[in-house]
Ligand binder design. Structure first.
Ligand code: SF4
Ligand code: SF4
Length: 375
């Protein structure tokens, strides 16, 4: 009997929060469609069956495949697929993951396992996406209305048999309610400890199900931004993360351009040197709070018990956003940030951008405009 191939290491294998944060500069995310056969009441992206047309153009598959050598050369080690339901676009997933695997990049997927209602269809999906190593199967009390637990279990076992690393992701209310706990028990009977938990957030349709808890100066979330790296949305627009900020569709400075027109490595460079994204990734919202205090704007920033919720509150206030963007772009701050990025994550990119600016100054006698975007 041939031993199953061991999946490549990926985000699943990090041991600490710090390692996860460090890995975010080496991950790419693709949210391939807003379509989903399910319509869960808590869906953070508001996915639904009638949104199937909101997906990557067919030419986008080849565009990403063609860029895979330079994506790998830029140090990307993991690619994640999400949606909506990403398996609605098996060609994109299959071809991009195969190209990634050729370059030693591990791929992961989040799916509701609606394709595992029947055994034959489930086997076909696992075979078609054989280059994807890490499969996160979402279930919770809202998914169960559309996908029975028997399908989730079938997907889990098939993936295990295929040598993959399935994980069941369970979204729950906070504090956990009896219905959530009952489901967790049922899942752990077949998945053991291959489960992960995430609280339902007040984002998308989720804001009809839970409310964001307000916080004060003593209990606000002063932790760092937990981004898992940039996310290319179905229309090519690039968000700084797959978390709530990616659903704030209005114009704000955390958007990183469009993958239909820019190269992925340039967008990646913009993320890696972005003064605001990197400030909150290293220090959380403390520096921004200091800037707001100095400018008499502190009362405008609503504090929340989760950092991503207060990030969204901040992004919705143009005065605060503009002020923070100006302060983060200052040379003195970017020098401190470059040093912190090297010390915390061993990342050279902002340091190198500043050295290019300094070279330009030495050659011309004028300090150039700050490098906030890749060339
Ligand atoms: S939560 Fe997931 S499965 Fe449910 S509608 Fe949203 S994308 Fe689809
Ligand atoms: S803090 Fe903001 S940018 Fe960071 S992951 Fe949360 S929502 Fe995204």
């Amino acid at each position: 009997m041939v031993a199953p191939i061991k999946p490549k290491a990926g985000p699943r294998h990090v041991k600490t929060f710090h390692e996860a944060l460090a890995l975010s500069s080496r991950r790419l995310g693709f949210s391939v469609t807003q379509g989903c056969p399910l319509r869960c009441a808590h869906c953070s992206v508001g996915a639904a069956p009638e949104l199937h047309a909101n997906r990557y153009a067919s030419s986008f598959t080849q565009r990403i495949v063609d860029q895979m050598p330079e994506i790998a050369a830029a140090g990307i080690t993991s690619i994640d697929f999400t949606g909506g339901e990403p398996t609605l676009m098996p060609r994109f997933l299959g071809e991009v993951s195969a190209a990634a695997a050729e370059h030693g990049i591990s791929c992961g997927l989040v799916t509701a396992a609606n394709w595992a209602i029947g055994d034959r269809q489930a086997r076909a999906m696992v075979k078609r996406l054989e280059a994807i190593d890490h499969w996160d199967i979402s279930t919770d009390r809202y998914h169960l209305e559309f996908v029975p637990l028997s399908a989730v279990e079938r997907a889990f076992r098939l993936l295990q048999d295929a040598g993959k690393e399935p994980l069941i992701r369970i979204a729950h209310h906070e504090p956990i309610e009896f219905e959530d706990a009952t489901l967790i028990d049922q899942v752990m009977r077949f998945a053991g400890r291959s489960v992960a938990f995430q609280p339902i957030g007040p984002v998308g349709r989720g804001d009809q199900v839970v409310v964001a808890e307000a916080a004060d100066d003593f209990n606000w979330d002063a932790g760092p931004c937990p981004t898992t790296g940039l996310l290319v949305q179905w229309n090519g627009r690039v968000a700084p993360c797959c978390a709530p900020a990616s659903h704030e569709t209005h114009s704000h400075p955390l958007w990183l351009g469009n993958a239909n027109t820019s190269r992925m490595v340039d967008i990646l460079e913009s993320w890696r040197i972005h003064p605001l994204i990197q400030t909150i990734r290293v220090w959380g919202f403390r520096p921004l709070r200091e800037w707001f205090k100095e400018a008499g704007l502190l009362d405008g920033h609503t504090l929340r018990q989760r950092v991503c919720d207060q990030c969204v509150q901040w992004l919705r206030d143009p005065t605060l956003v503009e002020h923070a963007a100006g302060r983060a772009a200052e040379l003195e701050h970017r020098i401190r940030l470059a040093a912190a990025l090297k010390a915390h994550f061993d990342e050279p990119w902002l340091d190198l951008a500043l050295r290019r600016e300094a070279t330009s100054y030495l050659n011309t006698g004028r300090w150039p405009a700050p490098t906030l975007r890749a060339a």
